[in-house]
Write a protein of this length. Sequence first.
Lengths: 112, 113
Amino acid sequence: QKEVEQNSGPLSVPEGAIASLNCTYSDRVSQSFFWYRQYSGKSPELIMSIYSNGDKEDGRFTAQLNKASQYVSLLIRDSQPSDSATYLCAVSLNFGNEKLTFGTGTRLTIIP
Amino acid sequence: DTGVSQNPRHKITKRGQNVTFRCDPISEHNRLYWYRQTLGQGPEFLTYFQNEAQLEKSRLLSDRFSAERPKGSFSTLEIQRTEQGDSAMYLCASSWTENTEAFFGQGTRLTVV
């Protein structure tokens, strides 16, 4: 079993709709959860972090965490063509161990 | 710009040659990480420094790889006797003790021919 799992996609969403990206993780003691956006040929860009169960909103982005289900999600509202990218879910143990374990990423395409 | 800086951006080398990459973290960040990313995969952890101390090294990292952060500021990653399988994007990230968010540099793309 992979430590962090994501659907590789591609996920196609019409412009203006809500894009929903999902991630599951295997290590129950994981404490910190991140979403990174990566454009083709570029490096990952941090867009959201979440540490507690529930929702965290930042502009058009909402991260959701359910530690009991070991599940993290990212919602992108009012999707724009510029949101087309690969979205990487990353997890860390956060007990003095800050290394990130990444999923393989979900490729998102916003259709104009 | 005070972001994470990596040099060079691209490196093409012949198999068997040694290469060295440099990373300059965000100035107030005391933690520095190296990752490697191949096509279609997420970044894979290589090693981690807090100040000048190398606190963790991935078991996947062969003896041909070495990293240093001599003064707790910039870091170098050296690969000796490069192999074609070393071709990848090498990413550096930094963070600081009070915040777990890590920010990546632009990466160094290595091609071994």
